[in-house]
Design a protein. Sequence first.
Length: 354
Amino acid sequence: MVLAGTAACGTVENLSAGQKLDTAFEKLGEERSIAFELDLDTDAKSLMALDAEQSEPGEEMPAEIAELLSEGTITVSMHSKKPIKESEEKDFTAMAMKLSGPEGALLEYRMVGDWIYARVDAATLGEMSGSPLPPAAELPPEAGAFKTLLEGGWVKLSKKEMEETGKNMSGAEGLGAEEPSAEPSLDAKTQKKLTDALKKAVAENVDFTTSGGSDGTEHIKATAPFRTLVTEVFGALKPLQNDLPIGEELPTAKDFADAPNTKVGADFTLKNGELTEVSVDLAELAESAKVKKFALVLRVSEGEKPEAPAGATELNIGELMTSMLSGAFGGAVADEGFGDVPLEGDLAGDTQMW
């Protein structure tokens, strides 16, 4: 939105591009259901080459992880009772997220009504991480829904139970524990100052070009020298630092002195005036001859309302935690113990909990 508003501050071409982007984002905000797909437009060899230049010997990225990052996608969809731009957390009635790899879904999550649903490809994720979980067949009956989860089936959790468990765990620090403070937010006046500062910094450094085809597809590309842009942006934010809920010192021009100043670009694709894709080209920042293609791509669609999966097994959080702590899942916790640290005095007696 900052880019869209910023474009209107520049040349005639920037003005036209800004109006089109502004309209496209406005249409997006009027939707009640929306879906996003995020992935990297690159290949595993490029990622491994880029990682090898920055990693210590023996700590390079495994081929399996590079393949997942290059071929994997993250999809998110949501449905609200109100237009997206007017929606608060309480207005969203359904959400879904899925992480997919080369062979299919690795992790999937849905929130529908009062329930949270999840399933996972535990075997594949375990192999990729180097920490395989026990086969579901080896788990005892007490594992219940956790066994279903390891088998790749859907489990469901009560939102209310999760919230109560979270409160109980936070309260376990001590009886008199204070309620967590509210998340910091910006007031309307500070928001306007922030937006104006960003618009000015970006308008002076970003150029827009437009191109289109006969099928209603149009591309609007925003380009800017990377180091100059980030330096100007944070420089514009510096006077507002005391009003921002960040809690840390903002970086200065000195911090960006070694950053490349090559031009990076964001390509916005519009179809009949509606935003369908945003691609950010990061290849130039890699500064490596081995990396020819490296972009972050976000695809946008209207989406469908996520539905609850059929046949999900209910997972009771309290029972799961008790089973894990008592070693019901093969004695993993009990066998591991406390290493070589001896338990003495009152501590030794206190460990006999079950």
